[in-house]
Design a protein around this ligand. Structure first.
Ligand code: C2E
Ligand code: CA
Ligand code: CA
Length: 684
């Protein structure tokens, strides 16, 4: 075993000293001389072998360090206290350096300190690196403090190692409280939740994670970015609560009705589409209902929009209370509400019962009126109901069906519900076709008037009733009972009625010029829709003026049904026309809902007993009794009474005897064309 030649310790010390920039020094207190090793001389950039006094050595420190250096040296020389201190020196060439100076006292035989010695190391590089690190750390901390994101650093044991001011505010804690604390101890609600899972994943898989999450205990919406490192996890938390709130607000604006707070059309569409899909899968029934207020427009017009809005809000509340929690009530704008009735079961019959029961309950919401600004406001609704199951239908189709049923309910007198059926659909189809046909007929001049003579019971002709006819190009002569109602519903009665009035008045004007016809009256049927037009009076007066027909020979036939709505307005209009000389008779008397209380207030001149009473008069005791009652009523109201539909001499004898002054019917004459009427008049 060979041994390598041993290097002298001296040499090794020199090597170590050179590499570590570490030198040694000795002060002999007796001679006040200092001995510096070569390394010390190199650090201070003086020739090797330098041997200054203590004062000269202290002068190598910059002025601000000299007092300290003297103090330390004296402490060691006088009291034997060693030291280990980092200080600055300035080398011979003027370079400022950091040195670490250590010292110990060596005592002589008497115990007094005779020598002070120690080490002298250039630590400038280490010092700079250290201060770089410190600057970096402060700079980082300042940055983290100043950014608006909340920043939290965790070590690998989940303890807080850093938390900036924003994070303190956001997490509602102070750094004193949490530094060193385990995050899951601080936020136990988060354990096993999304934050917990994501942070663990980031640490485990050493990958950054980003996610958006709501932290309920602090009512906080957060956007999180977490970056793992050797030290642990840096978590950046962005408070997005405001953004979420405005998103929610936008959602509310987009999907909810402002006035009532109910879901709007958009939202309902989504629900219904889901329901259609769900039904498809489960084979179950649901129902779509449309509720439309019957008189909303007039309430709005008479009481103002703000009161109308209040009514809609109250209706919304009651409707919501009347349906199940799983059902959805939406407002489609205006006075239209749409309801999706949730699961009605798998059996059609039962589902239908449930849906109609719900519709009945909804009508019930309107009982008892709504108190608006101290006034009880009455309102009713019409409801259309349509069931749907798994069949492939679109929402539009469902809405159309419910709408159709709703119009059916309106047509049936309102304050009612109707259920959609395919028959209803075909009826509607027919009606739509008829309306188109009517429109076409009006513009192509396919309408004409027939005139049925009216007579006194002794047979003297008093005038005619104008009866409209539709000479249809393919169907032939269409009777008015087949088209008046659809014309009224579609509003076409307005131009049609206008045409009738004008045509009848033109004939009336021509009669005035001939002695044989100058005394004849012209009766024109007026439907409720016409009379309720605000400009009805003006229209009639215009026609009279334009045609030159004598107003006192014009008689307007009204039916009782038209008196149901707006009695006061009707009376006012009748009064205005009466002032111009026009007379009125009440048509089909006895078939409507006459109320004696207002009948006596109407400026009527005649009652026309409906032909059904005339027919029944000779059929049995009761018929005759009713005819007598009506005649007595006419007399009491000081009106003349005309009997309609007199077909036999027996009927004529009866009504004459009962006190009728006039009659109309096949016995006297059928309705005639204008030409036939001219012959009829000439023959008298
Ligand atoms: P209305 O006003 O009661 O007219 C009398 C109806 O009785 C007419 O039927 C007439 O032809 C029929 N009639 C006349 N004498 C007899 C008879 O002895 N026996 C029987 N069974 N019937 C008789 P029409 O012409 O079919 O008119 C039906 C209804 O159509 C009218 O009933 C009226 O309500 C309506 N109407 C007719 N023309 C017009 C019009 O220009 N405007 C409006 N709004 N309605 C009209
Ligand atoms: Ca009539
Ligand atoms: Ca009649």
């Amino acid at each position: 075993m060979s041994t390598s030649p041993r290097l002298p310790d001296e040499t090794l010390v020199h090597i170590a000293g050179r590499i570590a920039h570490l030198g040694g020094w000795i002060v002999d207190l007796l001679s006040d001389r200092m001995f510096w090793s070569n390394e010390v001389c190199d650090i201070l950039e003086v020739p090797h072998g330098a041997s200054p006094t203590v004062a000269e050595a202290i002068a190598y420190h910059p002025p601000e360090w000299r007092a300290r250096a003297r103090q330390l040296f004296d402490g060691c020389a006088n009291d034997g206290i060693g030291f280990d201190e980092e200080m600055q020196v300035i080398s011979a060439s003027g370079v400022r350096k950091w040195v670490r100076i250590t010292a110990e006292a060596v005592s002589g035989a008497e115990g007094a300190v005779t020598r002070v010695q120690g080490g002298f190391q250039d630590i400038t590089e280490a010092k700079h690196a250290d201060s770089d690190r410190r600057i970096l750390a402060t700079r980082l901390t300042t940055t983290l403090e100043s950014i608006t994101d909340a920043v939290v650093m965790l070590d690998r044991e989940w303890r807080f190692t850093f938390i900036n001011g924003t994070a303190e505010r956001l997490l509602q804690c102070t750094r004193e409280e949490v530094l060193g604390m385990n995050i899951w101890d601080r936020f136990p609600e988060a354990v096993d939740g999304p934050y917990f899972i994501q942070y663990h994943r980031a640490m485990r898989e050493n990958c950054s994670v980003a996610f958006v999450e709501h932290y309920a205990p602090l009512k906080l919406w957060t956007e999180i970015r977490a970056y793992p490192s050797e030290e642990g996890l840096a978590v950046y938390i962005l408070d997005i609560s405001e953004r979420k709130a405005s998103e929610a607000k936008i959602h509310t604006l987009a999907y909810f009705d402002k006035l009532t707070g109910l879901p709007n059309r958009e939202l309902l569409v989504t629900h219904v589409e889901q329901a259609i899909a769900a039904n498809h899968a489960a084979g179950r029934y649901r129902a779509l209902l449309i509720i439309d207020l019957d008189n909303f427009k007039s309430i709005n017009d008479t009481r103002g929009h703000d009161k109308g809005d209040l009514l809609l809000q109250m209706v919304a509340q009651r409707v919501c209370a009347a349906v199940g929690t799983a059902d959805i009530v939406a407002r489609f704008g205006g006075d239209e509400f749409v309801i999706l009735l949730d699961d009605l079961g798998a059996e059609r019959e039962l589902a239908q019962q449930r849906a109609t029961a719900a519709a009945g309950a909804l009508l019930g919401c309107f009982n008892g009126g709504f108190e608006i600004a101290g006034i009880d406001q009455y309102s009713t609704a019409s409801i259309g109901v349509t069931l749907f199951d798994g069949e492939a239908v679109s929402l539009d189709t469902l809405l159309q069906r419910a709408d159709l049923a709703m119009y059916q309910a309106k047509g049936a007198g309102r304050n009612a519900y109707a259920l959609y059926s395919p028959e209803l659909q075909s009826r509607l189809h027919d009606r739509v076709a008829l309306e188109a046909d009517l429109r076409q007929g009006l513009s192509s001049g396919h309408f004409l008037l027939h005139y049925q003579p009216l007579a006194e019971v002794d047979g003297r002709m008093t005038g005619v009733e104008a009866l409209v006819r539709w000479n249809h190009p393919t169907r032939g002569m269409v009777p008015p009972n087949d088209f008046i109602a659809p014309a009224e519903e579609s509003g076409l009665i307005l131009p049609l009625g206008q045409w009738v009035m004008r045509t009848a008045c033109e004939l009336l004007a021509r009669w005035a010029g001939a002695p044989a016809s100058a005394h004849l009256t012209m009766a024109v049927n007026v439907s409720a829709h016409q009379l309720h037009r605000p400009d009805f009076v003006a229209q009639v007066l215009d026609v009279l003026a334009a045609t030159g027909a004598p107003p006192e020979r014009l008689k307007l036939e009204l039916t009782e049904s038209l008196l149901v709505n707006d009695v006061e307005g009707t009376i006012a209009k009748m009064d205005q026309l009466k002032l111009a000389g026009v007379r009125f008779s009440l048509d089909d008397f006895g078939t409507g809902y006459s109320s004696l209380s207002y009948l006596h207030r109407l400026p009527l001149s005649q009652l026309k007993i409906d032909k059904s009473f005339v027919r029944d008069a000779l059929g049995g005791q009761q018929g005759a009794a009713i005819a007598h009652t009506i005649l007595a009523l006419g007399k009491a109201l000081r009106l003349t009474v005309l009997a309609e539909g007199v077909e036999t001499p027996e009927q004529l004898a009866f009504i004459a005897c009962a006190g009728c002054s006039e009659y109309q019917g096949y016995l006297y004459s059928r309705p005639l064309t204008e030409a036939a009427l001219a012959e009829f008049i000439a023959a008298r």
